[in-house]
Unconditional design. Structure first.
Length: 495
């Protein structure tokens, strides 16, 4: 079990080291990257199968028992996140290889990409706050390099904002870990679940709010989202896609993990505050998207908006609400990554992502139009796609908990999301053909096969999530039960 828990971290780390050694041989780097991400995906599927059958699994690294040692722990929630994130990392890597120039701009792309993969896996498996901080830093350090890959003025300017905000959040995170240790004498999550009950309610509430702010910056919730819409669109498409699909969701994962395990078992005022943040995040994000006229910027604001739905599920603090939030995360990771890859196909084929400069693409490239349309409608929540199932599950949970106002807000935001998606469709795929392609003679546009294939694979995966919604939701429901009743999680770590 120790090996199975460590593989999602160890395999990409080993791949990064080998890729670094092969820095003068791009073809070999590509093979190493594909093998490492494929093996990581296989190991995470195996881990999910074990956890689904046997319950949470934990191991202590370094020969020290919990809570003193380094704990790796997987339950259904973290295992689901590992499987979905590994699949995205593999698909986006294939896309990057197919998009000429992305992975050949610098020999550092493949090692840093694999380092990012290791950091993401480590964040999902970390069993204590300090190692969660360490894995966040591994992930963010890699992201600093990737977001400025290419070194254009816009990338450096937006990248500096991203780096400064991330460094501020990291310092705040480290300070928070220090406060928690000073107050409770431990940073192990399972151990803290018992120790925090011994502390005054005001102190526990302050620590919970501090960690909520830390992870809220990383998740880009209102009002801490301002860095995201500028930083993401300037990066290369594969980098933007993996950031959009995964990085903010790691922050959401950390919020749900810490708040349910440590701070929110009784609901009350804290739950109401979370719902308020959720509603504001949804509304501000979708209004920002409507105001934009570039595909990547529209989709970037929608990242913010959709984070609100996930936080909504946490705020309801019921099994149904958190199950809906977990299902929404799974759906959104796949759909948002697919949308950014489809947007990259538009830019690659036409030379622009501006709505004013592209038109009639549905007639010239119906495949790209289809690959964009399916995840766009899913993001808006149209039946029978996965987004409809995700939003319906949250709406039902909200009605069951008598939170009618936040449900109404979520439904309104869904309509506004559909409007903004129709704005992209009308500007890019409909209307008159704009001669933005060099030589302007082509009536049909082609994109490299690997780019199209990886995008199509993610669109197909989003359809699979819709078709298999019942069993996937059942897994999410069991994950939610484990989050709200962490007895087996705590017992496995501290045994």
């Amino acid at each position: 079990m120790t090996a199975l828990l460590a593989l999602p971290i160890a395999v990409p780390l080993a791949g990064a080291a080998l890729s670094l050694a092969a820095r003068r041989r791009l073809a070999l780097q590509r093979v190493i990257g594909l093998v490492a991400t494929s093996c990581t995906l296989v190991s995470t599927v195996a881990l999910l199968a074990v956890v689904e059958t046997d319950g949470p699994r934990a191991t202590q690294l370094g020969g020290l028992p919990a809570p003193a040692g380094i704990t790796l722990v997987a339950d259904l929630f973290s295992s689901l996140m590992l499987v979905v994130s590994s699949a995205m990392l593999l698909a986006v890597l294939v896309y990057a290889i197919g998009q000429r120039g992305t992975d050949s701009r610098s020999w550092v792309f493949h090692p840093v990409y694999l380092l990012l993969a290791a950091g993401i896996s480590g964040a999902f498996l970390a069993g204590d706050l300090f190692n969660l901080f360490v894995t966040f830093e591994v992930m963010l350090t890699a992201s600093y390099v990737l977001v400025t890959l290419g070194g254009t003025r816009d990338q450096v300017r937006a990248g500096m904002t991203y780096v400064v905000i991330s460094l501020f959040a990291s310092v705040l995170f480290l300070v928070s870990v220090g406060f928690v240790y000073a107050a409770a004498g431990s940073v192990n999550l399972a151990d803290l679940a018992g120790r925090l009950d011994q502390l005054p309610d005001g102190l526990v509430g302050a620590l919970g709010l501090l960690l909520f702010v830390v992870f809220g910056i990383k998740a880009a919730i209102f009002p801490l989202f301002f860095w995201l819409p500028d930083a993401y669109p300037t990066a290369p498409t594969p980098v933007t896609a993996i950031f959009a699909g995964l990085l903010t969701k790691v922050g959401v994962y950390a919020i749900i993990r810490t708040q349910t395990l440590l701070f929110l078992p009784d609901g009350g005022g804290a739950s109401t505050l979370v719902l308020a943040f959720a509603g504001l995040t949804m509304v501000v994000g979708v209004l920002g998207a409507i105001a934009q006229n570039d595909i990547k910027r529209i989709l970037s604001f929608h990242i913010v908006s959709q984070i609100g739905y996930m936080i909504l599920g946490l705020g309801l603090l019921t099994v149904a609400g958190i199950a809906g939030a977990v299902f929404y995360i799974v759906h959104h990771i796949v759909v948002k990554t697919a949308l950014f890859l489809a947007g990259g196909l538009v830019e690659h084929s036409t030379g622009s992502g501006s709505l004013a400069r592209v038109g009639g693409l549905a007639r010239r490239s119906p495949m790209i139009a289809l690959l964009f349309l399916v995840p766009a409608l899913s993001l808006a929540g149209l039946p029978p796609l996965s987004g409809f199932v995700a939003k319906l599950s949250l709406a039902e949970a909200g009605f069951a908990a008598d939170h009618y106002l936040i449900v109404a807000v979520s439904l309104l935001v869904g309509l506004l999301t559909l409007f903004s998606m129709s704005k992209i469709w009308g500007g890019v795929f409909w209307g008159e053909v704009e001669p933005v392609v060099p030589d302007g003679a082509a009536t049909k546009l082609r994109s490299p096969r690997l780019m199209t294939a990886s995008t199509a694979a993610l669109v197909a995966l989003s359809l699979f999530v819709a078709v298999a919604a019942r069993p996937i939701y059942d897994l999410c429901e069991r994950a939610a039960e484990g989050l709200l009743d962490p007895t087996s999680y705590v017992a496995e770590v501290l045994r």
